[in-house]
Ligand binder design. Structure first.
Ligand code: PGA
Length: 252
């Protein structure tokens, strides 16, 4: 299996189409030795088609921050995996903590999204992670285990890779992170739980860390045995800053 570090930007609801195109091109042209890393940007729906056209044949790829589970139908306001693929997406995130907390998504819904994305040959990024309160009451491992059990529901569609992002809710946008060793420990737990749930298919998983990744800590997270990549929110919004973070992980 390809073991390049995976580094992705989550631009949340921050950029216009024009800004997204401009900044993605800037990132693409600033990465040294792009074959050494897998880089993609999770965009607002409105920017996906324009950015994927602008990045045609280039190394940086495009993904969505959310998706619906049906292929088509009367689902006002939703976007299907087929539509994402048609617009140029290769990845789709499911179950980000902001979707769970603000929009009430539960793991039953997330499980349907996760499987729908895989069925259509896109790479899903499934988010798991405990809240501050769950952490304080010593429930981190139990929470992660439950989230994975529901999301996998004992089976996954055949096909390609899938990514799991361990992103503790208390680390998102706060500047506070677990230590790389703590994150590594949880990523190993994720690997073991998935193996228990789906056996050999677990080889298709790559397990990432997210939450306040910055220039100071990115290399430390990526040096851990069980952290295959990182997801970056705030520190990815400035394209020069994001490219610097990516370049910090590339050998000359
Ligand atoms: P952050 O966001 O890097 O700003 O903590 C991460 C995320 O929400 O995916």
């Amino acid at each position: 299996m390809d073991k390049k570090p995976i580094i992705f930007a989550n631009w949340k609801m921050y950029k216009t189409v024009e800004e997204s195109v401009r900044d993605s091109l800037k990132i693409d042209s600033s990465i040294r030795n792009p074959h050494q890393v897998e880089v993609f940007i999770l965009l607002s729906y409105t920017s996906i088609y324009a950015v994927s056209q602008a990045l045609r044949g280039k190394s940086v790829k495009v993904g969505a921050q959310n998706v619906f589970w049906e292929d088509s139908g009367s689902y006002t306001g939703e976007v299907s995996p087929l539509q994402l693929k048609d617009a140029g997406c290769e990845y789709a995130m499911v179950g980000h903590a902001e979707r769970r907390e603000i929009f009430g998504e539960d793991y039953g819904m997330i499980a349907r999204k996760f499987k729908a994305v895989m069925r259509h040959g896109l790479i899903p990024i499934l988010c798991v992670g405990e809240s501050e309160q769950e952490r304080a009451s010593g429930k981190t491992e139990e929470v992660i285990r439950n989230q994975l059990e529901v999301a996998f529901g004992g089976t996954v569609p055949p096909g390609g890779q899938f990514y799991i992002l361990y992103e503790p809710v208390w680390a998102i946008g706060t500047g506070v992170t677990p230590t790389p060793q703590e994150a590594n420990h949880i990523n190993l737990l994720v690997a073991e739980v998935i193996r228990g749930l789906i056996g050999k298919s677990a080889e298709r998983a790559r397990i990432l860390y997210g939450g306040s990744v910055s220039e100071e800590n990115i290399s430390k997270f990526l040096s851990m045995d069980h952290i295959d990549g990182v997801g970056i929110g705030k520190a990815s919004l400035d394209p020069e800053n994001f490219a610097r973070l990516v370049n910090a992980c590339i050998r000359d």
